[in-house]
Design a protein around this ligand. Sequence first.
Ligand code: NDP
Length: 680
Amino acid sequence: MPDTSALTAVHSFIAGRWIPPGGEARIIQSAITGAPLYRAGSDAPDAAAILGWATDKGGPALRAMTFHDRARMVKALALWLKEHRQQLYDLSFDTGATQKDHLIDVDGGIGTMLVFASKGRREMPAGQVYIDGAAEQISRTGTFMGQHIAVPLQGVAVQINAFNFPVWGMLEKLAPALIAGVPSVVKPATATSYVTEACIRLILQSGLLPEGAVQLITGGTGDMLDHLGGQDVVSFTGSAKTALKLRSNPRLLAGATRFTAEQDSLNASVLGTDAGPGTPEFDLFVKEVHREMTVKAGQKCTAIRRVMVPERHVEAVISALSGRLATTTVGDPRLDTTGMGALVSQEQKSDVLSKCTQLGKEAERVFGDPESFSVEGENLQKGAFLPPMLFYCTAPDDAAHLHDTEAFGPVATVMGYRNTAHAARLLNRGKGSLVASVFTGDPEVAREITLASAAFHGRLYFNNRASMAEATGHGAPLPHMIHGGPGRAGGGEELGGVRGVLHYMQRTAIQGSPDIISGITGQWMPGATEDQSKPHPFTRPFGDLAPGDTLTAGPRRITTEDIETFAHFTGDMFYAHMDETTAAANPFFPGRVAHGYLLLSFAAGMFVHPDPGPVLANTGLDSLRFRAPVSPGDEISVTLTVKAKTPRTGDYGEVRWHVKLTNADDATVAEYDLLTMNAV
Ligand code: NDP
């Protein structure tokens, strides 16, 4: 047994304390020199202490905050990490990653937090209850209504991550869990856990998170999953084998614990039938496949493993790709000249080589030789380096390994297809992937592939000359868009903006009177009490307004002269406003009717308070519906009610007003939400 005491210990952070590794040491070597650097432990962590700390401390503290409070906290944390990211870059070289790879992992993780923070403030309420969709009218007169809401789960989010993105892999799960209001227990893959540990240290040093909001387990999880229940979530990223083992845990099954998995998949890229050599799409395709093979030495869950090409272009693609791969310098990731670093470990390298042996039974290696390639840099003989390797399979319909064996390294296989339907069939042979990309300028090709293959993919990425300058890349999971895929890819879903936050929340249908529902959501709804006792709402600052505050104004009689004036002033002389006979022939109108926009203008004329005051600007109008025509001689009145308030900055906030126009019979003529920015 070698003496491991001199190696840097990778700690866990449990129940407010840093715990050194215990049990049999797990040694972590540098991916580039092979030198032993760190030691993690193998002791089972104290599950009761972890879960108790999270649910007693972290959960209540997070749930006491609003979505906006938590989003602001996530933003501050992201900016703090950005300031200190050099520490993470410095450590990450030993995982085999280049500086470009660090940008994906570290900066990509920070960027993901920032997007979540922004969406949390823009798309979620400034309260503690998320309103999911519109109210449902489930009674005849509206005294009993339905509304879906979501609230944070009261357990923990156990996040088990893969080795390839020690920072992004954690932050992309931590950000939505924090915004949801659920404490996290992070379990990084041991091979790169020292980078995650450093990131957690930074997070704790920031002092921005409440106690108990985040804990770290390095080494093993012990029996922790056996302690989870229906308020907990397990989000797993890693191999299909481990996912199956963990999701089969009887306790998780018995407690219906949410389990989401994002696991290895056979992602593919298709060169469209329209995109031959000499087209921008062909060049883009070759560039993208090259990038996906070499970034992170191909250790990316989204990397392209299967390269599908019209049969007549196979030779041209292999030649162009080989030419590009030949320019990639493999070597010490710390060197600026290095294009591709090392795999994470010798074990990973052996795994990739054994998968290549399997692929070799069905495909010929046409570029890259693991027995003969050069590595730039000093003292790298024990590093986990491999060259990029390209295979070519002549009979992809008959192949099996090709569609189900993932070599998680710089490896891809080219195969020819006959027509778009054939390409889609080959895509689907992967039995479910995170992403497929298609390089085509032809919307018909895009549509055919979508109809035939979208059900097998979490994401479809199309690129061509029109989008190439701004396209984000096949391999980049974006915080705005969902990440995950069906079947072989794990059947899970992460990210996707607020969708990603909702994975950590419970959706509940609430039913009751409008006042009860408004009281729960903090948002006024039609049918709830209107308070008309206060001064004009445009004269009162943001802080003084309350949902339900209402102003009624009118009536105003609409005349033929009003309609004529509006028509000639704006140029809108649509016949239904101008000509009694043709208007009457229109099935929607009794005869000549007022312009809808004229009614909106008159509504503003009735409810606006003219003096300078707290209303700074009218910023929009949502959900406008014209419900009944207004004829010359009709009278209209308006009701303006504060529906919701959203603080924006320290100086002003957004007020959402419900506006209803009625006629002399009290029938609704028009209804909409008006948005204004108001001084606090
Ligand atoms: P694993 O499935 O072995 O490990 C993933 C995570 O699960 C790690 O944190 C690991 O911890 C943990 N884990 C493993 N066994 C258990 C257990 N019994 N209980 C609790 N946690 C456990 O994946 P690797 O990271 O080693 O990668 C292996 C393969 O997974 C790759 O070769 C690739 O095919 C695939 N992969 C897929 C990714 C994707 O995003 N789709 C990303 C990365 C890998 P520990 O490291 O301590 O064992």
